[in-house]
Structure formats: C-alpha cells, structure tokens
Design a protein around this ligand. Structure first.
Ligand code: UDP
Length: 239
C-alpha cells in the first residue's frame, strides 16, 4: 500500500481508438500489451481500479447510422465491439499476473460476468481489476457516459479519461499550433465552450455529482500510474 494515494478507488476510461494503434480498425496486440504493462504498474500501488473500455476501433453506432443502419441496432453493434476489446485487455492483464473480471451490461455468461455492482465492488476490494463492457447496455449512450455512471455506482472517486492527447486544449492541437492546454477547468466551461472532453451527457453526470475528471495522454510512459495516484497530469475538470 502507498501512503501517497489520493483516491482509494478510481475509474479508468480507455477509448477504443487506442486499441487499434496506428490502424483505423481492429486491435493491435502490441498496443494492448503496453497498456496492460502500464495498468499492472498502476495497480501495484494498491489503488482499486475499474476500467470502462470503448469500442471506437470496431464500430460506432452514430457512424453506422449515417450510412443507413438503424441507430439502435448500430449502437448494439458498437456495444458488442467494446466486449472484444475487454477480452483482449483481460488476456494481457492476466498474462501479467493481474487478476481481472469482465462484467458486461449485455449478458453473455460464457465470456463474462453480468454487470452486478455489488459484486464488482467485492472484486475491487479483493484487488481485482474490474473491466466493464457493453457500455450501459442501452443505445444512444457513449462509453464515456457509461464510465461516469459506473464510477458513481461503484463509488469511484475520480474518472481518469485516457486519450491520445495530453489534456484539454482551447483548439485542436493537431491542427492548430497555437492551441493552449488547460490545467484546470470547471464543468460549466467544458459545456459552454463545447470543449471536446466527453459528450454533454457524461459531463453533466459528473457535474451533478461532483465527480472529478482527469484527461491525460494514455500511452505516455508511466502516465496511468501518475493519474491513478492523483498526481498533476493533463487537465483536471472538477467543481
Ligand atoms: N454504445 C452504446 N451505449 C453505451 C455505450 C456505447 O450504444 O452505453 C455504442 C455506441 O454506438 C458507441 C459504441 O458503442 O459509438 C462504441 O463506444 P464509444 O463510441 O463510446 O467508444 P470510444 O469512443 O470510447 O472508443
């Protein structure tokens, strides 16, 4: 155990995009392996870690519906995609000796437990990493909203949003060299300035419940450990 820990239990949101590495679609096992290394390092300090995994590397409901699919059905496809990512992450974590459980919002008991909040909490208390798949199990939501909801339901004290950028900027840093990064923001600013932290549903849920959000660069060396320990990293969105 580590006396420096700021939070006892945290929620880590992993976007599906990251799983694809440089590819537009699918899973790059080398990337998931690196991610698993970083998560294993982070949990070794004794923080209880839950993970929500996205699915943007497989299917996004909104994108499919723009191309003619029924939105709700496309969203279910998106949710199923997140489970594929969960199983990949589970495999690489267990290879590193990290005990895990996958829980899904759509039951598929051959591959994962159903989402049972009290059981998830028991797993966390035993030091297992709990990976949540299939989002909230409902169309028209995002895995970011799921991460906020699950964080609240299991009593996580912070939502750590790992992305491809190292925080929140006032413009897109990939296209605008003058973009400035925020160290801190409040939820209202994120909503009114339309900053692309997470969708408005997710931000509102965090705002209404005072759940802090840390937006950070997921693949930076040692970053998950820093975020989990509550060190200053990326952008903090808080009351
Ligand atoms: N999704 C959904 N309900 C949920 C969570 C996800 O319908 O509660 C669907 C939605 O179609 C979404 C897809 O699953 O586009 C993949 O999730 P997301 O886009 O949030 O993944 P990320 O952007 O984090 O990779």
């Amino acid at each position: 155990q580590d006396g420096q820990l700021r939070w006892k239990r945290v929620m880590l949101k992993l976007s599906g995009e990251v799983f694809a590495g440089g590819e537009p679609l699918g899973i790059d096992p080398a990337v998931v392996a690196r991610l698993a290394d970083s998560i294993a390092e982070a949990v070794s300090v004794g923080v209880q870690l839950a993970v929500v995994v996205g699915g943007g590397n497989i299917f996004r409901g909104a994108a499919l519906s723009e191309r003619g699919m029924d939105r709700a059905r496309a969203d279910y496809m998106g949710m199923l995609g997140t489970v594929i990512n969960c199983l990949a992450l589970q495999d690489f974590l267990e290879k590193r000796g990290v005990e895990t459980r996958v829980q899904t919002a759509i039951t598929m008991q051959q591959v994962a437990e159903p989402f049972l909040p009290r059981r998830a909490i028991r797993h966390l208390e035993k030091g297992r990493v709990v990976i949540f798949g299939a989002g909230l199990g409902s169309p028209f939501f995002s895995t970011d909203t799921c991460a906020a909801q699950r964080a609240l339901e299991i009593g996580a004290e912070a939502l750590l949003k790992g992305t491809k950028v190292d925080g929140v900027y006032d413009a897109d840093p990939r296209t605008n060299p003058d973009a400035v990064r925020f160290d801190r923001l409040d939820y209202g600013e994120v909503l009114t300035r339309g900053l692309g932290v997470m969708d408005a549903t997710a931000i509102s849920l965090c705002m209404d419940n005072g759940l802090p959000i840390v937006v950070f660069d997921l693949m930076g060396e040692g970053n998950i450990l820093r975020a989990v320990r509550g060190e200053k990293i990326g952008t903090l969105v808080s009351p």
